[in-house]
Design a protein around this ligand. Structure first.
Ligand code: ADP
Ligand code: MG
Length: 334
């Protein structure tokens, strides 16, 4: 069973960035307004996220890393939202099978913080011979999750990484996507041992400010606000897209469906097609889109290894969005 667990974990978490995405989503789900990310050796040596969210109850720590432990499905109707978020209660369990995991957490009502260490889904002592029970420590409200030595027990995977810089860039890219999407949340991300942040967004920053911080003024100054919805297809879409004055060599698509960052090749192709009429040859847009779709319409069979997402009436939804963009591009004078 342990081998099976490791294989399953290795399918969900293929690179440090996949662990980061899960941890960021958890921190945001916990109602955090501040999220600090610390990275060592591209996330392979260490990945640490400190949030100021609701924290985890001490009683819940024992089973925290047991597969299917989740506080997010409480009613039968909620089960339909599995579609939105992929498999539930898999992330921490998976990470604990391929890394050393440390959780320090404090709820509002707890007088102290609790620290627990995990391996293979179970509580383990900090050092051999010590107790595996969570230990009371000083700390502020919120949760700090530290993932160390990712893939230490999966040598083939560990050897597959070519450079720490590549992995760090993927982490910064993903953190930047969530930093743009999560209004009301401050984000920082830095390499361990460095004084300055590689990414920094203030809690109060607007979406345009966030895009400016991360992608620069060239993009931020050329954005059109977008808002489309259609009850027939059960969706609404909001976001910012660049106008016909702006173009880059490669399309940047930040796509969120029900607040999860996802990939959609179909959507990307359609958007590129729409822009190709307005941009010079070889020029591409920057697009940030937040789609809300009735969870019952998002593909329930989406497997965590597949970042690619599909939903009902995909063609109609994409067409509606592209038509609106087309209209905006044609009317905004250039
Ligand atoms: P899921 O997010 O699908 O519920 P995870 O394995 O990602 O599964 O997390 C398991 C549970 O641990 C969550 O449901 C939540 O209750 C708790 N949890 C994880 N991270 C945090 C956090 N940063 N703050 C508060 N609770 C957390
Ligand atoms: Mg999660």
């Amino acid at each position: 069973p342990d081998v099976v667990n490791k294989i399953a974990a290795g399918e969900i978490i293929v690179a440090p960035v996949h662990a980061l995405k899960e941890l960021v989503e958890n921190a945001v789900d916990a109602g955090s307004t501040s999220l600090e990310i610390l990275v060592k050796d591209g996330g392979l040596k260490m990945l640490q996220i400190t949030d100021n969210g609701g924290g985890i109850e001490k009683e819940d720590l024992e089973i925290l890393c047991v597969r299917h432990t989740t506080s997010k499905i409480s009613t039968f109707e909620d089960l339909s939202s599995i579609a939105t978020y992929g498999f539930r209660g898999e992330a921490l369990a998976s990470i604990s099978h391929i890394a050393h995991l440390t959780v320090t957490t404090k709820t509002k009502d707890s007088p102290i913080a609790w620290r627990a260490h995990y391996l293979d889904g179970k509580l383990v002592p900090a050092k051999p011979g010590q107790s595996a029970e969570p230990k009371g420590v000083a700390g502020r409200q919120g949760t700090q999750i530290t993932v160390e030595d990712l893939f230490f027990n999966v040598p083939t995977r560990r050897r597959a990484f070519r450079s720490y810089a590549d992995e760090f860039n993927k982490i910064i890219d993903m953190a930047g996507r969530y930093a743009i999407h999560c209004k009301g949340v401050g984000f920082t991300c830095k390499k361990a041992g460095e004084a300055s942040n590689a990414l920094s967004v203030q809690m109060q920053a607007t979406v345009i400010d966030r895009i400016r911080q991360i992608h620069g003024s060239n993009v931020a100054n050329e954005l059109i606000e977008l808002s489309v919805s259609d009850d027939r297809w059960g969706f609404s879409a909001n976001g910012y897209v660049t106008n016909a004055n702006y173009h880059i060599k490669k399309t940047t698509l930040l796509l969120f469906i029900n607040h999860r960052c996802v990939e959609s090749t179909t959507m990307k192709k359609a958007l590129e097609q729409t822009y190709s009429v307005f941009l010079p040859k070889g020029g591409h847009p920057f697009i940030y889109l937040s789609l809300e779709i009735d969870p019952a319409r998002v593909d329930v069979n989406v497997h965590p290894t597949k970042r690619e997402v599909h939903f009902l009436n995909e063609e109609e939804v994409i067409q509606a969005i592209c038509q609106k963009i087309e209209l905006e591009l044609a009317t905004v004078d250039t």
